[in-house]
Design a protein around this ligand. Sequence first.
Ligand SMILES: [Zn+2]
Length: 262
Amino acid sequence: MKKLLLLFTLALAFGLTANAQFGKLNAKHLDAVKKTAKAFTLTDAEIAQYCQEYIDWMDKNNPVCETTDEGPKRKGFADRLAKIVESIPASERKSLDIKAYFVVDQNAFACANGSIRVFAGLMELMTDDEILGIIGHEIGHIVNKDSKDAFKKALLTSALKDAVGSTGGTAAALTDSQLGELGEALAGAQFSQKAEYAADDYGYELLKKCGKDAKSMASGLRVIQKLQDDAGIDKSKMRQLFSTHPESGKRADKLDQKYAKE
Ligand SMILES: [Zn+2]
């Protein structure tokens, strides 16, 4: 109940939208798919196009914070994020598209095309450097191709599950319900523990590259661990973040050991 109350309090205090929209339909088809999916091939260009469709749809269905927003709270999140992102070296930043959603959820996610979305509910709980570490973790998933693999798998088990054969090099325009199914599939996607550790290392190194204290990677993970510990009452709220980021405390311990050595 504490969590629920906290969410409502946040929503009231900041006028945040209650929850991010990942999918509008229930996923109930995840295993009915494999036969058609196997024969279906996708090029990298098609995957990139589908990624863009998905992120455009997410941005349409969630309140994006803009530095031009008139509302001071929304503008505040956008300005803060812009400042955090500015510390990333330009050569790395140029292929990224990083925005904040004005929602109470505590989450962040990356799409294979370089789009990263950070949720205001998470920004509220973290320092700037911790947010930068989380962004670095997400960049790690992109660079290590985890995001691409997860997106491809989600596409084939949701939006494209009925497709037979190739679309001939061009991504089809997905319908609203297909995008909703894709969102559900992505929300349930899980990376391996190895992939998570590698993404943490990427975030850790990014903090150093940006001239920040790499300790913030571990402390950011501890914030997530605390959320996980507190989440007992309302697991559905936590599902997005924790399905993809298990055992944050252990990962933080590992980074602290690395930090102590350096
Ligand atoms: Zn991750």
